[in-house]
Design a protein around this ligand. Structure first.
Ligand code: GLY
Ligand code: MN
Ligand code: MN
Length: 447
């Protein structure tokens, strides 16, 4: 039993003390005939229960401070095919809940549980399934979902332990990739090294499909094909992470397929690494993430100007969006049970104080887990766009930039936790200094 989930339930009941709270866990989805898609629990349900099994429900009564977990009733047919399933008594111990019942009794139980309550909070799936039983209690889902999202924003020690493990295992898998990748392999063979290292360490689920992108494919931000051959002289970008009890790691490294970086690769790498370190140091409580984003754009703009790809003042390169042609994504996002965790409550409503459009606008707070992931890319669709060429012709040396097409991209991504003072705690420990990477690459079999 993990105390973390009990703490989460208490926090939610404190937040919504005036109603009965009902949540439905995720259900299995049929892929075809007797085969289901791999089940992944709903993140809010996971946050409240730690239960990774499908078909459950959770009833919280804040007035009684009581928790009831409802599980599917299991018959012998199921036991023959699936094996042992925890009995209610075992589940009670396993998940640290006061009561365990069967889902097929939930309707009946709600008749008693709702007595004395004037309202209910239920998530959309619970309203769909048991809305009739909550009639008259004005069941609201938006308030519930918003409250959970808000509570999920700051990570406690129990959650950080899961995130540390997800990071440690994913980090070791990244190192295995740096040691194992070589020219002639296909991207999916590199993916197999990563995925197998995670599964082999006991983390059977990845947080998202691994992005393994050689050469030009590195310029495709969410590249998924993973089937091209690796060629000497190219860069390989790998963005991959496992999850532990649902908590994600989200790590990116970029390294040469050959033993060393070329001069041009090294020049861009040094810009991205410098920006990553500066932005990591700047991730402090009170900082607005929109300002943090702008800082990353400024530093990348300056780096690209030094490389002769951009011209003009830093302000204008950021404000006109010229730098976005090479860096078209955010510097980071919240990380947790979802690889892109959301913001709830008042935090969601913070206005963007900058002149640039930013998706992630929040005041950084101690306990937030975030990624720090600057990148520079040479993207055909942007560098060969007529309208962008027209708009940015004074700021971008398009002839030069187009001559870099085929380079792909460089992204370096670590997962950090903002601390009360000083720089954030870095959960990721995968080599990222050029020299350390080249050392690992030299130890790889280049066959
Ligand atoms: N792996 C997706 C991202 O970095 O946000
Ligand atoms: Mn990320
Ligand atoms: Mn990533």
């Amino acid at each position: 039993m993990n105390q973390t989930f009990t703490t989460h339930r208490r926090a939610l009941m404190r937040r919504l003390p005036d109603g009965l709270i009902l949540l439905a866990g995720g259900r299995e989805l049929i892929r075809n005939y007797d085969v289901n898609y791999v089940f992944r629990q709903n993140s809010d349900f996971l946050w409240l229960t730690g239960v990774e099994e499908p078909g459950c429900a959770l009833l919280l009564d804040p007035r009684k401070n009581s928790t009831t977990l409802f599980m599917p009733r299991i018959d012998d047919h199921h036991r023959v095919w699936e094996g042992h399933v925890p009995s209610p008594a075992e589940a009670k111990k396993l998940y640290g809940v006061q009561r365990v019942g069967f889902v097929d009794e939930l309707s009946k139980e709600l008749k008693a549980a709702r007595r004395g309550h004037r309202r209910a909070y239920a998530d959309p799936a619970a309203i769909k399934n048991w809305g009739n039983d909550l009639k008259g209690l004005r069941p609201a889902s938006d308030v519930l979902v918003d409250a959970i999202e808000d509570l999920r924003t700051l990570k406690d020690e129990g959650e950080l332990a899961f995130m540390r493990r997800a990071n440690a295992v994913s980090g070791a898998a990244h190192v295995a990739v740096m040691k194992g990748a070589r020219a002639g392999m296909r991207e999916y063979e590199v993916q197999a090294i990563f995925d197998s290292a995670c599964v082999g360490a006991g983390l059977k689920h990845l947080a998202y499909p691994s992005i393994v992108a050689a050469g030009d494919n590195g310029a495709v931000l969410h590249y998924r094909k993973n089937d091209a051959p690796l060629k000497a002289g190219q860069l390989l970008l790998i963005d991959a992470g496992a999850e532990c009890r649902g908590y994600a790691a989200d790590i990116t490294r970029t390294f040469p397929v050959s033993k060393t970086f070329t001069r041009r690769q090294a020049d861009v790498y040094d810009v991205v690494l410098g920006v990553q370190k500066a932005l990591m140091a700047a991730a402090k409580p009170g900082v607005n993430s929109a300002d943090w984003q702008v800082l990353s754009m400024r530093l990348i703009a300056e780096g690209l100007r030094d490389l002769g790809l951009l011209r003009g003042t830093t302000d204008s390169l950021v404000e006109t969006g010229a730098v976005r042609l090479f860096y078209p994504h955010g510097i980071g996002h919240l990380l947790g049970l979802d690889v892109h965790d959301g913001l709830g409550g008042k935090r969601r409503k913070l206005p963007n104080p900058t002149k640039v459009p930013v998706r992630f606008v929040a005041k950084l707070e101690a306990g937030m887990a975030i990624t720090v992931e600057p990148g520079i890319y040479f993207i055909d669709a942007l560098l060969n766009s007529k309208s962008l060429a027209e708009k940015h012709r004074a700021a971008v040396d398009f002839a030069k930039a187009r001559s870099w097409l085929g380079f792909g991209g460089i992204r370096i991504e670590d997962d950090v936790v903002v601390r009360r003072s000083g720089p954030p705690l870095n959960l990721t420990s995968v080599p990222k200094e050029r020299r350390a990477i080249e050392e690992l690459r030299r130890s790889a079999a280049h066959g």
